[in-house]
Design a protein around this ligand. Structure first.
Ligand SMILES: C[S@@+](CC[C@H](N)C(=O)[O-])C[C@H]1O[C@@H](n2cnc3c(N)ncnc32)[C@H](O)[C@@H]1O
Length: 218
């Protein structure tokens, strides 16, 4: 997958996504990438936690869109751990319009998420620590006492190995009681894996173009 070509595409809200033709898979919803990320991860996840000092784990750093929105939405301390097996090239990153659309004055901040070195914690702002890890989410370690998980892998029918009972059990073990895991996916088999791992799982309305999504609580 690392060698596959990523094509820049516009989604319905004017924000970019990437398309991998060989997999017939997009990085985000074609109905609006920013809209989806806000709905699934920020509104259904981040904003549900009334807590200062958050530790967040993301499966799939990709374009850094979820990371950027989280950075802009938080003022209290955040430790953001994100795992990515196939980092994007700087050419692709520079062509993405997220900085320009979300907040042109923060464009440099968006780029700083990408230029931050991998595999070590990096202070992006006074309150935001980013720890990007190059690796496979199925084998890497997750930090303990995690409050929030953004599960943003490619869809189960496109990359089934990402969605398995072991990863949900491992994430569950690393989370605080009351911690939240959100994903855009609403598949029954995924819900059952989460339930078996111990989560209370709810189906909630999805972003435009998607009837439902999953929120799981430890
Ligand atoms: C649906 S995309 C979303 C990425 C990102 N959250 C974004 O908003 O751009 C899924 C991401 O998971 C990454 N990925 C694929 N296999 C992986 C693996 N085994 N471990 C970690 N990440 C992986 C892909 O390269 C891709 O960046």
């Amino acid at each position: 997958m690392g060698k596959l070509h990523r094509e820049l595409q516009l989604t319905a809200d004017g924000s970019h996504t990437l398309f991998i033709r060989e997999m017939d898979e997009h990085y985000h919803s074609v109905n609006g990438a920013i809209q989806e990320s806000r709905h699934v991860f920020i509104e259904a996840g981040l904003k549900q936690l009334k807590k200062e000092n958050l530790r967040i784990v993301e499966i799939g750093f990709g374009t850094g869109l979820n990371t950027f929105l989280t950075l802009l939405e938080t003022s209290s301390p955040v430790e953001y751990h994100t795992i990515e097996r196939y980092p994007l090239s700087m050419d692709i990153i520079q062509s993405l319009n997220y900085g320009k659309i979300i907040d042109p004055e923060k464009r440099e901040l968006f780029l700083s998420l990408h230029t931050a070195p991998w595999n070590k914690p990096v202070k992006i702002t006074a309150s935001f620590i980013l720890h990007k890890v190059i690796g496979d989410s199925n084998t890497c370690e997750f930090p303990k006492q995690t409050d929030l998980v953004y599960f943003d892998a490619f869809a189960p029918d496109k990359q089934p190995e990402m969605w398995n009972p072991e990863i949900f059990a491992k994430l569950y073990d690393c989370m605080q009681t009351g911690g939240i895991l959100t994903t855009y996916c609403a598949k029954g088999s995924v819900r059952r894996m989460m339930q078996e791992a111990g989560y209370s799982v709810e189906r909630i309305p999805g972003p435009p173009g998607k009837r439902e999504m999953i929120r799981a609580v430890k």
